[in-house]
Design a protein around this ligand. Structure first.
Ligand code: MG
Length: 384
């Protein structure tokens, strides 16, 4: 298994933010890219297919335009093609897919015994127990790419899970936490998209502003590190240079610090257990203040909703995530206000009955039910 860090790389969600940064890191490390996948056929994936002529290319959705014959021979279409690519043995699969479509390829990668560098949060939210079962049965490796979970995994390396008292996830707080004067019901899409530290996609920027992203990360930490929800805390750390901390039973606290740059956790997942040089900005310790504060759980109810969905287990996290995706899209589309995002998610969560997610079909059904319930909650608001 130690040799798996040198296996060639497959990038799922290759044209997205994580995918692009992964390709930058892979090129810089001189690692071979043997597979690329995206959701739909775009000029970007065609460009990548040309740039990596030896890579297998999979596109989940059938093309809605005619493409030249040479290109058509290069590209396999269909979501099965993406899962089959992820299951190519002896590879490192970086899953940067956005959405529940990322779950099946994650399972395929782990069932084939591959290293899965996981940035697709829906894999754990929609099918956390399935991912752990695939990890166990396939004998693969699961390495988180999210900066907080990458930090925790580095802090607990060589430690025993039984000796962890708690983990502390840091949150930047998004653009609104530091502004208690602001009426959140009135904030605009533009305000909410202005994330102070990380440059990210639209949905995750909104999820950071509501703290829903942190709620998701609490659930991810539960699955990744076998922790009870009582052992997972969240603190606001506007500096974003302490990426998370772990407190052990003897009171010792370990943390991972550094500049906020996603290429760092990506590279960590590609090179683990070793390290390679990277052109990452050094942290300016002398100019930094170690500031932490408690999250405002009343103004940002998404956080407690996340704990509630996580403790409910089964389909809870899947419904939470799917409903949030629909609610955020409605906010971005000016159909609902900022504070209504979490209200819609809360009503979806209570509308969908608890159920286990023992199979992929169960998980996808929970995802669909969360979407329907959120759409209904949005429609009910519109007609009021
Ligand atoms: Mg994160």
């Amino acid at each position: 298994m130690a040799g798996s860090a040198l296996n060639p790389i497959i990038v799922l969600g290759a044209t997205g933010s994580i995918g692009r940064q992964t390709l930058d890191v892979a090129d810089r490390l001189d690692r071979t890219v043997v597979g690329l996948a995206t959701g739909s056929l775009s000029n970007d994936i065609i460009d990548l297919a040309v740039r990596y002529p030896d890579a297998r290319v999979a596109v989940a959705h059938m093309p809605d335009r005619t493409i030249d014959a040479a290109l058509e021979r290069r590209i396999e279409f269909g979501s099965d093609a993406v899962a089959s690519l992820a299951g190519s043995p002896e590879t490192v699969v970086v899953n940067g897919i956005v959405g529940a479509a990322g779950l099946e390829p994650s399972l395929a990668a782990l069932e084939s015994g591959n290293r899965l560098a996981l940035a697709n949060k829906e894999s754990l939210l929609t099918g956390g127990s399935l991912v752990l079962a695939a990890l166990e049965s396939g004998g693969g490796e699961l390495i988180p790419v999210d900066s907080e979970h990458s930090a925790i995994s580095q802090c607990i390396e060589g430690e025993s899970v039984d000796e962890i008292r708690r983990v502390i996830l840091t949150a930047s707080g998004g653009p609104f936490h530091a502004r208690p004067d602001l009426d959140l019901a009135q904030v605009t899409v533009v305000d909410a998209l202005a994330h102070p530290t990380w440059d990210m996609g639209k949905r995750i920027s909104i999820d950071s502003a509501t703290l829903m992203n942190k709620a998701f990360e609490v659930i991810e930490a539960h699955f990744l590190f076998s922790l009870d929800y009582e052992q997972i805390d969240v603190v606001i750390h506007p500096g974003s240079f302490v990426h998370s901390l772990v407190e052990f039973v003897d009171g010792v606290v370990k943390a991972e610090l550094g500049s906020p740059d996603m290429r760092k956790p990506i590279q960590r997942a590609l090179t683990w257990p070793g390290r390679m040089p990277a052109p990452v900005e050094p942290i300016d310790l002398l100019g930094s203040a170690l500031m932490f504060s408690a999250p405002d759980r009343e103004r940002f109810p998404a956080l407690d909703l996340g704990y509630e969905a996580g403790r409910r287990g089964g389909n809870g996290p899947a419904v939470l995530n799917a409903a949030d995706e629909v609610a955020v899209a409605a906010f971005l589309d000016h159909q609902i206000g900022f504070t209504e995002i979490v209200e819609v998610v809360a009503s979806a969560l209570s509308a969908v009955s608890p159920a286990p997610t023992a199979t992929l079909a169960d998980a996808l059904e929970a995802d669909a039910a969360g979407r329907v319930a959120a759409s209904e909650a949005i429609a009910a608001r519109a007609s009021r």
